[in-house]
Design a protein around this ligand. Structure first.
Ligand SMILES: NC(=O)c1ccc[n+]([C@@H]2O[C@H](COP(=O)([O-])OP(=O)(O)OC[C@H]3O[C@@H](n4cnc5c(N)ncnc54)[C@H](O)[C@@H]3O)[C@@H](O)[C@H]2O)c1
Length: 310
């Protein structure tokens, strides 16, 4: 069993990853500045193999203390999404790139690094399938900072990067700004969904399958070292309209289509997951299962929607 540091482990993805690593018997330390609270980790505090360090990934001293004695690092801490990055470009650059630099500078020899990159590094992909051999040409600040960090991580050695599809599903620290989560939330809470760019092709992965990918990366590290992998499933490439229709089959709501919208990353492509699946990784949770679970979860959320409703 390994000692694992998870940066950004209090977030939507991290709080599921922390639970999965604890469940697999590892000892987990989370380093997080708690930008959106720490509730996602409350379920783990009774576990003697769990430790939490509040700190900023840009703070060299805190990072050095957190990496001490770790066998592996899962690096998630980031300003996530093009909206959040545009809202504070300085923070996006210093956290996503500078924070990764601080982590690499503090890393001790032999520590493995698993990095959460994103499909947003690709930018607008010409017709065809998006695969790891394409030259990434990110369009947004988010994509650019994540790509810079991905390259620094891989150049540093002893590292693997996953370019994840858009996450969906329930986490102890919920996000309802991710496409499937947002559609289901809006359908159930408000009774309608406005879909723009209905034919845009998107690609998805359940948040528990993201955690499984990191566990897979730790177990199979020697065959994945130095490589970047798209992480998702060929079965989870769908248009936005197909998602809306799948929700409609399970829950009645008013579906309407809006004018062209504003996806700065211009994500409209199918992604090939061949490289990771050739190693034996496949996702487990289907979109339908994710939608069902989200429909049940919406009633439990005290989130304020974009129209201020409780
Ligand atoms: N959610 C997705 O669809 C998705 C897809 C692809 C890749 N990713 C990547 O996965 C990672 C996690 O994403 P998420 O959806 O959980 O986002 P999130 O915003 O829920 O989590 C990010 C976490 O990082 C922490 N953090 C932010 N700045 C920090 C700092 N300076 N120091 C320490 N901690 C800091 C936040 O407090 C938060 O807990 C990110 O690296 C993101 O780029 C996410």
């Amino acid at each position: 069993m390994a000692n694992v540091l998870i940066t950004g482990g209090a977030g939507y993805v991290g709080s599921v990853v922390a639970g999965a690593f604890l469940g697999a018997g590892h000892t987990v330390t989370v380093l997080d500045s708690l930008e959106s609270g720490g509730q996602g980790l409350l379920g783990y505090v009774a576990n003697p193999r769990f430790r939490f360090e509040r700190g900023d990934v840009r703070d060299a001293r805190r990072v050095r203390a957190a990496v001490r004695g770790q066998d592996a690092i899962v690096h998630l801490a980031a300003v996530v999404g093009f909206g959040a990055c545009n809202a504070d470009p300085h923070r996006a650059e210093t956290v996503n790139v500078g924070g990764t630099h601080a982590l690499l500078a503090a890393r001790e020899p032999g520590q493995l690094l698993l990095y959460a990159s994103t499909g947003s590094v690709y930018g607008a992909v010409p017709a065809g399938l998006c695969h790891e051999g394409l030259d990434p040409a990110p369009l947004s600040l988010y994509g650019r900072t994540k790509l810079k960090a991905e390259r620094m991580v891989l150049d540093s050695g002893n590292a693997t990067a996953f370019r994840f599809a858009t996450a969906f599903g329930v986490s102890p620290r919920m996000r309802v700004d991710l496409l499937i989560n947002e559609f289901v939330y809006s359908a159930k809470r408000r009774g309608f969904v406005v879909v723009y760019d209905r034919e845009a092709r998107r690609t998805f992965i359940h948040v528990r399958d993201m955690a499984r990918a990191f566990l897979f990366g730790l177990e199979r590290f020697s065959s994945m070292n130095g490589e970047v992998y798209n992480a998702g499933s060929d079965r989870l490439n769908l248009t936005k309209d197909e998602i809306a229709q799948l929700i409609l089959r399970r829950h009645h709501y008013f579906l309407t289509y809006g004018p062209a919208g504003a996806d700065e990353d211009r994500r409209d492509y199918a992604v090939s997951y061949e490289k990771l699946s050739a190693l034996g990784f496949d996702t487990q949770v289907t979109i339908e299962e994710g939608i069902d679970e989200l429909l049940r979860a919406v009633d439990l959320l005290h989130h304020r929607g974009p129209f201020g409703e409780p």
